[in-house]
Design a protein around this ligand. Structure first.
Ligand SMILES: Cc1cc2nc3c(=O)[nH]c(=O)nc-3n(C[C@H](O)[C@H](O)[C@H](O)COP(=O)(O)OP(=O)(O)OC[C@H]3O[C@@H](n4cnc5c(N)ncnc54)[C@H](O)[C@@H]3O)c2cc1C
Length: 556
């Protein structure tokens, strides 16, 4: 297998990174809030220095030979790079271990099925009691693609299942194979005048099957919904047969089998194909910044917008800490005149009581659709914002956000290289409980980081909003405790999860369960709920070969 242009120890493509060269506020901010200075970035260990445990299948050489014979040598890979590249997802914990060269449970082999070979592969695995880990883009942040079981394990990389099967322009749906990455799928439907409307921050390196398997949410989910709202049908190959749900817009034929598969995280079977609802490509879009004096004012505006006030695709509200951090990431003005204008703008804001870098909170408001629709809803949304003290910063702020909407994950690699812990936790709750969840979560994060002996920086945004509630996503930073990075992170993650559950938030709004949240699943669904999920697992996967340890812990 060729090592592609992938940063195996971090995010994205090797030839891309987060450009800090023209952001004069960044390092002073880091220095003031985290005590981190600019300097050389620590390098990860070289890939070829990593020692892997011998593949467990190697002791059963005839099995591996049989697998190769059945599926072909180009489909079955046991090389060093392939095993490392599929050992982890892309969470902070994963990247810390990769950078150290600590790869203790890689898959024994990686298989790249090209067609309905998936069914034959699962049958082969069931016959030989080999575990399977489905792998889409590998961007899991919940240890969802890390092999956890004791059985020999194959990772099934679905990247060769990458074709559009059909665009139905009458019903406005696309049927595609599950391994298609975001950009390829979006380009294919754009060519027919449509858009998916699904843009998670990991869009460039995550796949259709992974989105469905994790119940993911895109940045414009306020307008287009989470993936579960988009998916109309799936085909899932399980160890005991194929589940193919009907292509219908809605159904009352008992509980929804489709809904059971959305969020199944590879524990029931492998999604090979899915049909998604499409949206007409917007004629125009308007993204802009709106500044609020206080977080509560912005939250009130987001709620009113979500409860029918205006039809927007995004109303992402940063709290004061996240607003200050995003201001620190601003690029230097491109000319002295632009600098002067920015300065005048800042002064005007301050004069009107906006405490930038202190209390004020930035909303990115996005509206898409036909020209008249955008104009009408912009008026409505801005009317609401103004009533809550929102100041229109204009489209340049929104366009700057759009330009960098997929770039921030690259900044995490710089943080790790400068010895910083950097991760995000997310949850959702009803509007009446949002303030309590915000306080409990951010306090828990700060306290847990402080308890590790370092200065915390915690910043949060309201990301996805609904008429009845919203999600919160908190990013947390703090200096790493050298040699104890994973333990330090684990304590912070536990404190945050406990705070979320104690305050009535959901265990995850869009990252899923994986192995990292599995221990808390009973607190979310109750013992009977988890028992029902176990019964489903036993039906679809009686031998427990599908992604052991993911979603349900007792099957590992
Ligand atoms: C920097 C960064 C930003 C992120 N931003 C977002 C965001 O904005 N919104 C969001 O929702 N998530 C986000 N995530 C999390 C992650 O990208 C999502 O969970 C995404 O949906 C995973 O897709 P994937 O194709 O990479 O799946 P993978 O990581 O490959 O797999 C995720 C899980 O699904 C299973 N799986 C994958 N494909 C299949 C299949 N075909 N059949 C059955 N099971 C399968 C895997 O076994 C695993 O358990 C982010 C992650 C990172 C690292």
């Amino acid at each position: 297998m060729d090592l592609p242009n992938l940063r195996w120890w971090g995010w994205g493509a090797l030839d891309q990174s987060y450009d800090l060269s023209n952001r004069p506020g960044f390092w002073p901010f880091m220095q003031a809030h985290l005590g981190v200075e600019p300097g050389p970035l620590a390098e990860p260990v070289p890939l070829d220095s990593i020692t892997l445990p011998p593949p467990r299948l190697a002791s059963r050489a005839e099995l591996l030979r049989g697998l190769r014979k059945k599926f072909g040598a180009t489909v079955v890979h046991t090389g060093h790079e392939a095993r490392i590249l599929h050992a982890y997802g892309k969470s902070y914990k994963d990247l810390v271990r990769l950078r150290r060269g600590e790869v203790t449970h890689p898959p024994d082999a990686v298989v790249f099925p090209e067609s309905e070979e998936v069914a034959a592969l699962i049958a082969w695995a069931a016959e030989h009691d080999v575990a399977l880990v489905p792998f889409g883009g590998g961007s899991s942040v919940t240890s969802g693609v890390e092999p956890h079981g004791v059985k020999p394990t194959l990772t099934i990389d679905l990247s060769r299942l990458n074709q559009v099967v059909r665009v139905d322009v009458v019903s406005q749906t696309v049927t595609a194979q599950a391994g298609m990455l975001g950009p390829a799928l979006e380009r294919a439907v754009n060519a027919r005048g449509f858009s998916l409307g699904h843009f998670p921050e990991s869009f460039e390196f995550s796949a259709l099957g992974g989105w469905i398997a994790t119940r993911s949410a895109g940045q414009t989910s306020v307008g287009y919904g989470k993936i579960e709202k988009m998916v109309e049908a799936v085909r899932v190959v399980t160890p005991v047969g194929i589940v193919e749900t009907k292509l219908v817009p809605a159904s009352a034929s008992g509980p929804s089998l489709l809904e059971l598969m959305v969020g199944s995280e590879g524990a029931f079977g492998i999604i090979t194909q899915a049909t998604l609802r499409l949206h007409r490509k917007p004629e125009v879009s308007d993204y802009r910044g709106v500044m609020f004096r206080r977080f509560e004012d912005g939250v009130a505006a987001v709620r009113q917008i979500a409860q029918g006030g205006a039809d927007v695709v995004m109303a992402r509200l940063a709290d004061a800490s996240e607003t200050a951090a995003s201001l620190a990431l601003n690029r230097a003005p491109h000319s002295p005149l632009a600098g002067k204008l920015a300065e005048i703008g800042m002064r005007a804001l301050r004069a009107q009581g906006y405490d930038l870098g202190g209390k004020s909170c930035l909303m990115i408001l996005g509206i898409e659709g036909k020209r008249a629709h955008v104009a009408h809803n912009l008026r409505a949304a801005m009317g609401i914002c103004r009533r809550h003290g929102g100041f229109d910063l204009g489209r340049s702020v929104g366009n700057a956000w759009l330009r960098e909407r997929f770039a921030l994950p690259y900044l995490r690699d710089i943080f790790l290289g400068r010895g910083l812990m950097a991760d995000a936790v997310e949850a959702a709750t009803t509007w009446d409980n949002l303030a309590q969840l915000y306080t409990a979560l951010t306090d828990a994060l700060r306290r847990a980081i402080q308890a590790s002996g370092v200065q915390p920086y915690v910043m949060t945004h309201v990301g996805h909003s609904y008429p009845d509630g919203a999600s919160l996503c908190s990013t947390f930073l703090g200096k790493q405790i050298s040699g104890r990075e994973i333990e330090q992170w684990g304590a912070v993650k536990r404190a945050a999860t406990e705070a979320i559950l104690a305050t009535g938030g959901t265990l995850s709004h869009h990252h899923g369960v994986g192995a990292d949240h599995a221990a808390w699943l009973e607190r979310e669904h109750g013992p009977l709920g988890v028992e029902a999920l176990r019964a489903l697992k036993a039906t679809f996967d009686p031998q427990g070969i599908m992604n052991p340890g993911i979603l349900l812990i007792r099957d590992a």
